[in-house]
Ligand binder design. Structure first.
Ligand code: NAD
Length: 481
């Protein structure tokens, strides 16, 4: 008998406790060897005044076991509460969110009988960095951060996942026709890393048409890697079109920690009524069992679950008169799965998990070289509402210095000075680009400070600056529209 593996369990909120009880019942009945430590996270912790939704002592358990099986939680309405999910992913460095979305035709009603795709979502960056500012009366901003190491890690993870799980293709969704630098970086890194995996097909779609194709012909996709926001939205879409959002589990993987959960939320309206489908969390737990090496238990549980679906024993969310045989509650569904441990599906594809051989990820050495970084200008953002673009341009150009000269101004990204269109709608948030005048002298921060002093002395309210750098001569900033 293999030794027990310590894991941390949180029962969560809403339907959480019911689906967790069902899940633990099934996997322990099937022979999972676990030492379970329970922690409290979520609504009650928030309402006790802990804005993070998790007590400091709970981190001790997570740091000890490094494996977290988590039921969905409710974040209370109102300001100030921090997302526990985002905090856990970031604190534990869970950079990869893996979400298999599979249809179970003809046993679960779906418009897509052939669908077996996995979304690999970047989990730590993008607009989820949580860096937001209100800068003027009218303008609010959220910073989108895409990093080279973050993108390399998730994209390589997607290819390695494809290799280990016998998947044939990795698709990347980006929006680099608009976000040329951030999504452009993600796209370029995808292209670079794909070269290391010649046996795996690769393709790139702009996210909007890619999403439309995924929703219409999901059978054409295999593994899809995405930045955080696109992955968050589209994995719910993908799970829902398999038949129910209640059917998909997810793994959040980092170098040292991992967390397993259902992709759906706490469905408070269904709570406490023995109604919820525990399948999403159960499949999350199957991913956990594979992760901790309890491969046989994972295989047995997954096959017993498939057989239960095949036998038409369905919770309310997937129950259909003409397909299903018996409508059951959460507890009865769990009991039916337990009764089928050892059985295999007859029509649905049986799963046969294998231990994933440990090997070094393929890394191409020295692809990225440090580039020369030269300051060439600065965007100064002003809060100003005293007239037209023409008025502002004429006054502000007088603040130019010997080193930095006002080149243009834009409002919400549209160039409004010089020679703007007077009909362009302008807010109180102006991006004013000052560029280097003397190219024989290297520009530095003292020149920027000198410019800001000049602008300040003219009575302007500058609210932020962004430096303009060239990297090996290539602009590291967007041009005006
Ligand atoms: P939800 O996923 O909880 O529910 C959406 C719909 O799907 C509901 O109509 C519900 O009936 C159905 N549904 C979801 N899971 C089901 C299941 N297992 N069985 C049967 N039906 C199921 O989304 P929501 O209503 O937008 O969010 C409710 C709460 O969940 C919010 O507080 C939200 O913050 C939280 N949430 C938590 C997580 C998480 O902890 N990982 C994720 C998403 C949302």
């Amino acid at each position: 008998m293999s030794k027990n593996i310590p894991i941390t369990v949180a029962y969560g909120d809403g339907i959480g406790p019911e689906i967790m009880e069902a899940t633990l019942n099934i996997i322990t009945s099937a022979g999972a060897n676990l030492d379970i430590e329970t922690i409290e996270v979520g609504e009650q912790v928030y309402l006790r005044g802990n804005m993070a939704g998790i007590d400091p002592s709970a981190w001790d358990s997570l740091k000890r076991t490094r494996i977290f099986l988590k039921a969905p939680i409710t974040t209370p309405q109102g300001g100030g509460y921090k997302s526990l999910n985002v905090a856990t992913r970031k604190t534990l460095g869970l950079y990869a969110n893996v979400r298999p979305c599979i249809s179970y035709h003809p046993f679960v009603s779906t418009k897509h009988p052939v669908m077996d795709l996995v979304i690999v979502r970047e989990n730590e960056e993008d607009l989820y960095a949580g860096i937001e500012h209100r800068q003027t009366q009218d303008v609010f901003q959220c910073l989108k951060l895409i990093t080279r190491p973050g993108s390399e890690k998730i994209i390589r993870y997607a290819f390695e996942y494809a290799l280990s799980n016998n998947r044939k293709k990795v698709t990347c969704f980006v929006k680099d026709n608009i976000m040329k630098l951030t999504d452009g970086l993600f796209h370029q890194i995808f292209r670079d890393i794909a070269v290391d995996y010649p046996e795996i097909e690769n393709e790139v779609w702009i996210v909007d048409i890619g999403a439309a194709k995924m929703a219409n012909t999901p059978e054409n996709f295999d593994v899809i890697v995405m930045e955080n926001l696109y992955g968050d939205i589209l994995s719910d879409v993908a799970a829902q079109i398999t038949g129910s959002v209640g059917l998909a589990g997810s793994a959040n993987i980092g170098a040292n920690y991992s967390m397993f959960e259902a992709i759906h939320g706490s469905a408070p309206r269904r709570a406490g009524q023995n109604l919820a489908n525990p399948s999403g969390l159960l499949l999350g737990a199957v991913m956990m069992l594979n992760h901790i090496g309890q491969i046989d238990v994972a295989t047995n549980v997954h096959n017993a679950w498939l057989k239960t679906l095949e036998d038409g024993i369905h919770t309310y969310d997937i129950f259909k008169e003409n397909i299903s045989k018996q409508k059951v509650g959460t507890k009865e569904f769990a009991k039916a799965v337990i009764e089928r441990v050892g059985e295999k599906p007859k029509t649905l594809k049986e799963v046969k998990y294998k231990a994933i051989e440990k090997r070094e990820a393929r890394v191409s050495a020295g692809k990225y070289k440090i580039q020369r970084k030269d300051l060439v200008g600065v965007d100064v953002f002003l809060d100003w509402k005293n007239g037209s673009a023409e008025d502002l341009g004429e006054i502000l150009k007088k603040s130019s210095t010997n080193h930095l000269n006002l080149s243009f101004m834009s409002n919400r990204g549209v160039k409004v000075w010089p020679s703007g269109n007077p009909e362009t709608f302008c807010t109180d948030h102006w991006r004013c680009r000052f560029v280097q005048t003397k190219t024989d002298e290297a520009l530095n921060n003292s020149h920027v400070i000198e410019l800001l002093e000049s602008i300040n002395n003219s009575g302007f309210d500058f609210i932020k600056t962004e430096h303009l750098y060239n990297f090996d001569g290539e602009p590291g900033y967007s041009k005006a529209h």
